[in-house]
Design a protein. Structure first.
Length: 327
């Protein structure tokens, strides 16, 4: 029986370039691919769709319909927490699409079909890291087209990548996932984003442009982990001023307490919240990774919450595809 497996990986989302309707382009996002956590989606041809994993069952149905195949038996391995700021939705969707396609010996244009799976409607980071990994800056969408609502599913293009760089081998990312309410998704996320965009002032966008062009991009190009960490932390704080009313502050609680503890630690060069949170990241390096991990546990203790702490490397390759064909 033909079989295809796709292994894909988490990403961090540092924030957007612009959420104000006063500028020509809306959104535009920055992020990096990580080497963990990861999931593996395996598909074999089947009569109809068989899958006991949510939300992969829904994505399998959509993939079968988009590809015009008879069906697929889809299995999932791996631990990938949902709606915590690590990008699980896009990775689940695209891994399922590619696994089903390759099980039927079909080629597939992930970037072209991602909108039909509801992905890439605002940020293009998840699609880009699925394709190639690394550090990504995308161009966002024309403001006149998106306004406060994204178009209907399938009626947009994934934002093009405007800058990408390999993540240096010795960089590390401390990940702290507190046991806290997850960030909004689906219709709730749409409502929150609409509220933010309708009232977003233009001034943070102007400051962000300087942070991105004069600090983030030179730092990643030169491989300076300290300058990069400081720049993405500032980018996150500026984004948080837009979200304060929707998430209860510059960071979604308890992320603010976690970030404060990480910021005080010499092993962490800069910290912030990924996407809507509650996941918090700290940028560090290989020599300080163990110390940074201990600081992550301290941060949870200081905030009085349980959670998960780990250190990830940057991933400079996209999803891994494995296929087995009948002899």
């Amino acid at each position: 029986m033909p079989r295809a497996s796709v292994t894909t990986y988490a990403r961090l989302h540092f924030g957007f370039c612009n959420l104000s309707l006063a500028h020509e382009r809306l959104y535009g996002s920055l992020g990096v691919g990580l080497d963990r956590p990861q999931i593996r989606v395996t598909a074999t041809p089947h009569d109809g769709v068989r899958c006991d994993h949510s939300p992969v069952d829904e994505y399998a149905e959509r993939a079968v319909d988009l590809l015009g195949v008879d069906g697929a038996d889809v299995r999932v391995e791996g631990d990938f927490p949902r709606h915590v700021g690590l990008g699980s939705g896009t990775q689940f969707a695209l891994a399922t699409l590619v696994a089903v396609a390759r099980a039927h010996d079909r080629s597939v244009d992930v970037r072209a079909l991602a909108p039909d799976l509801g992905r890439g409607g605002r940020s293009g980071v998840g699609v880009a890291t699925f394709e190639d990994g690394g550090f990504v800056l995308d161009a966002g969408h024309p403001t006149a087209r998106f306004t406060t609502d994204r178009p209907a599913v399938g009626q947009w293009s994934v934002p093009p990548v405007t800058a990408s760089h390999s993540i240096p081998d010795d960089w590390r990312f401390l990940i702290v996932v507190p046991d806290a309410p997850v960030g909004p998704s689906g219709a709730a996320e749409d409502r929150s984003m609409r509220s933010v965009v309708e009232s977003a002032p233009a001034s943070p966008s102007d400051r962000l442009a300087g942070v991105i062009t004069r600090r983030v991009l030179p730092a990643i190009a030169e491989g300076s982990v300290e300058r990069f960490a400081s720049a993405v932390e500032e980018l996150g704080r500026l984004n948080g001023t837009w979200y304060a009313d929707e998430q209860g502050g510059v960071y979604r609680p308890p992320a603010g307490e976690l970030v404060a503890t990480l910021d005080d630690a010499p092993a962490v060069h800069g910290a912030g919240q990924s996407s809507w949170g509650p996941t918090v990241y700290g940028v560090t390096d290989a020599d300080r990774a163990s110390e940074a991990r201990a600081v992550g546990h301290d941060a949870l203790d200081d905030a009085g919450v349980d959670g998960r702490v780990f250190v990830a490397e940057g991933r400079n390759r996209g999803a891994r595809v494995e296929e087995r064909r009948n002899e």
